[in-house]
Design a protein around this ligand. Structure first.
Ligand code: KIV
Length: 267
């Protein structure tokens, strides 16, 4: 049975917490589905986690669609959310519709956009055209230059009020969920109890309706995990260390003539 936006709206109504994970390719999408995580975000975090960019800003629509198609082949029955990259929705509502449509044609079921205010207009434009939208507020990584770094948002009263008002505006525009990233726990709790749609937290404390983690942080293979994890993330494994050990063991075996052996040879 497929997971839909209705299911995660029902989860909020029924007080059931749920998890979302990022995935960027076919094998990890299959594994996330096998783990029964209901929602995959094909995040623009593919930029720093997989493509080697310094941040998410260089990621293009073409790159996102390439990864979205692979994920759609791996986990077609999960709720799949395509992350609109920087530059794909800033210019006009028309361009926003064009790029969101491309995501749905690539097998995504919804798109995500960062920001409040002007983004609410885009959300209404898409939802009126039957394209479900997830919002994203707080420490939105595409605003790294405007924020002057990756800084926790919502620390002043003015900023708290703006984020709360933006969350309400996104809901009024038709968003089916809102990611809350890098904001104080009590603000996330206030937004969660104010909204009828689910909040999905990352660095926003435990009181959100759902949580999202970057798969590569969870596995211990992201550039962050191997160079100092952000406070909000938890590595559930250290696959990075295990990959290094396996690759080293293989290279040692080749050097010492232990691999391939007779058992791995054709006769
Ligand atoms: O791109 C991404 O992975 C995200 C999450 C951090 C929510 O936007």
């Amino acid at each position: 049975m497929s997971v839909t936006v209705k299911d995660i709206l029902a989860a909020k109504r029924e007080g059931r917490r749920f998890a979302m994970l990022t995935a960027y390719d076919y094998p990890t999408a299959r594994l996330v589905a096998e783990a029964e995580v209901p929602v995959i975000l094909v995040g623009d975090s593919v930029g720093d986690n997989v493509l080697g960019y310094a941040n998410t800003l260089p990621v293009t629509m073409d790159e996102m669609l390439h990864h979205a198609r692979a994920v759609a082949r791996g986990a077609p029955s999960l709720l799949l959310v395509g992350d609109m990259p920087f530059g794909a929705y800033q210019r006009s509502c028309e361009e926003t519709v064009m790029h969101a449509t491309a995501f749905l044609k690539a097998g995504m079921h919804a798109v995500k956009m960062e920001g409040g205010g002007w983004v609410a207009e885009r959300v209404a434009h898409l939802t009126e055209r039957s394209i479900p939208v997830m919002g994203h507020l707080g420490l939105t990584p595409q605003s790294v230059n405007a924020f002057g770094g990756m800084r926790v948002q919502g620390k002043t009263e003015e900023s708290r009020q703006r984020i709360l008002a933006d969350a309400e505006a996104l809901q009024a525009a038709g968003a089916f969920a809102v990611v809350l990233e890098g904001i104080p726990r009590d603000l996330a709790a206030t937004i969660t109890s104010t909204l009828a749609i689910p909040t999905i937290g990352i660095g926003a404390g435990p009181d959100c309706d759902g949580q999202v983690l970057i798969l590569h942080d969870l596995l211990g293979i992201s550039p962050h995990t191997r160079g100092g994890m952000p406070k909000f993330a938890r590595a559930y494994d250290d696959i990075g260390d295990r990959i290094v050990a396996a690759a080293r063991a293989y290279a040692d075996d080749v050097r010492e003539g232990r691999f391939p052996d007779d058992a791995h040879s054709y006769h």
